[in-house]
Design a protein around this ligand. Structure first.
Ligand code: PLP
Length: 440
């Protein structure tokens, strides 16, 4: 095998630079919460492959399920039916909110978004507009890019994109300094859509409203729920005007937030549910789902996929769900989440912005999120970058997010131990203390 430098050189020669790599690590192996570099350094991975490896890298039971399925049948495409595909769709129907029970499988998050756009177009003839939320990330296909506003850089070069997309602000009430300020922000969001309907797009022309219940790339920001349940508000608006409500849970789904889907924190059922990432233990799989009567409006042949819902990905997903249920992974998500919030609160009282108070404290870092989808907000991108760099030097991998690069996201595997969580927290704390000067 070549050495690390030789691989990096060949990478630069033969792989497109368009795909940004966060670290110059060449993984020779990954297991549990760790990635092992070719130079034998073990890195504690607080990214889990961008919120994908819910039960850790290369979980032995997922690996075995993949191997067994590969030995049995790797691929047939839609030439025939196959059991894992049917069993997974059936299982998802029991996990998804409300009466969402029918699924189309694809290979990625962006494909699930594109498929959902097609479904919506079929369901809403004559309504050519979509409403999305500023700061959202929905993927890299042209359809999904058209709906994405987390960074202008993702859209640059590609105009004109799909027309009819209107952007409303994602109400970031976590930016508020006090409880009363947050209340004011949350209450004012009632006006946002009404203003849009009055000024730029008639509600009768809107096919769907799309939202990530917890903004992912846009900064790990939960939709407001303290004073106004924003998802409930959207549900009411959609019901009033005959608009479909779609939740993109590609990043927030599959127990990431301590529930199968983040929408459960809000008690709101969408019309269309999007999934990928954590759905299948690291094997590519995406899906969009809805009520059977809506999915049945998509005529045979109106959408398709060669690989979508292939036997290996479905088998991996079924095994993943079995492990999550059997091992009560939910309890670990809650415990580790509490550990993280308590740690920061003990070091920086007032840092937990999920708690409402009038007694605002100007802390070096602000913490928010559900489960193991936690955002650490810093005052500048430079400060966040220094904390990430310190972590890297101490063999802990942290990813950033947020339009302005001011957020570090904590999205480890959902099975991470108390000890490894503590190790990451200690390293982050050192990085914050080392680099904090009051004006950053
Ligand atoms: C909320 C959300 N939707 C869609 C996508 C696109 O997923 P994929 O990269 O699998 O196409 C992502 C990816 O980060 C995402 O976070």
């Amino acid at each position: 095998m070549r050495d690390k430098q030789a691989y990096l050189q060949a990478d630069a020669e033969h792989l497109s630079p368009a795909l940004n790599r966060a670290f110059d690590i060449v993984a020779k192996k990954a297991s549990g919460s760790f990635i092992y570099d070719m130079d034998d350094t073990a890195y504690l991975d607080m990214t889990s492959g961008i919120a994908v490896n819910q039960v850790g890298h290369a979980h032995p039971e997922v690996a075995q399920a993949v191997a067994e399925q590969a030995a049995n049948c790797i691929h047939t495409s839609c030439v025939v039916h196959y059991p894992a595909n049917i069993e997974l769709a059936e299982k998802l129907a029991s996990l998804m909110p409300g009466d969402i029970s029918n699924t189309f499988f694809c290979n990625s998050g962006a494909e699930s978004v594109d498929g959902a756009i097609k479904l919506i177009k079929i369901l809403q003839p004559g309504r050519n507009n979509f409403i999305v939320h500023r700061g959202s990330f929905h993927g890299r296909t042209l359809g999904a890019t058209s709906l994405t506003t987390s960074k202008a850089a993702y859209r640059k070069f590609y105009d004109p994109l799909v027309p009819g997309v209107h952007v409303v602000d994602f109400p970031n009430s976590y930016a508020a300094k006090t409880a009363s300020e947050r209340k004011a922000i949350e209450e004012s969001m009632h006006e946002n859509l009404e203003k849009m309907f009055a000024t730029s797009v008639a509600p009768e022309s809107v096919a769907a409203i799309l939202i990530e219940p917890v903004l992912g790339e846009g900064g790990y920001i939960p939709a407001p729920f303290e004073y106004v349940n924003y998802l409930k508000h959207l549900r009411e608006v959609c019901d009033k005007y005959g608009i479909l409500l779609a939740f993109d849970e590609v990043q927030s789904g599959f127990m990431r937030t301590g529930k199968w889907f983040a929408s459960e924190h809000y008690g709101v059922v969408p019309d269309i549910q999007l999934m990928a990432k954590g759905l299948s233990g690291g094997v590519p799989l995406g899906a969009f789902s809805s009520r059977k009567e809506l999915m049945y409006k998509m005529p045979p042949g109106s959408h398709g996929s060669t690989w979508g819902g292939n036997p290996i990905a479905c088998k991996a997903s079924l095994k993943l769900i079995e492990i999550i249920e059997r091992d009560n992974i939910q309890a670990n998500v809650h415990a580790r989440s509490e550990q993280i919030f308590n740690f920061f609160e003990s070091k920086y009282p007032g840092s937990n912005t999920m708690k409402l108070t009038e007694d605002y404290k100007d802390t070096p870092v602000k913490v928010r999120g559900f489960g193991l989808m936690i955002g650490l907000e810093f005052k500048s991108a430079e400060f966040a970058q220094k904390v990430k760099q310190h972590a890297l030097e101490n063999n802990v991998l942290l990813l950033g997010c947020g339009t302005y690069g001011t957020v570090i996201r904590l999205a480890p595997d959902l099975t991470i131990s108390e000890e490894n969580t503590q190790r990451a927290l200690d390293v982050i704390y050192e990085g914050v203390e080392k680099n904090y000067v009051s004006n950053n």
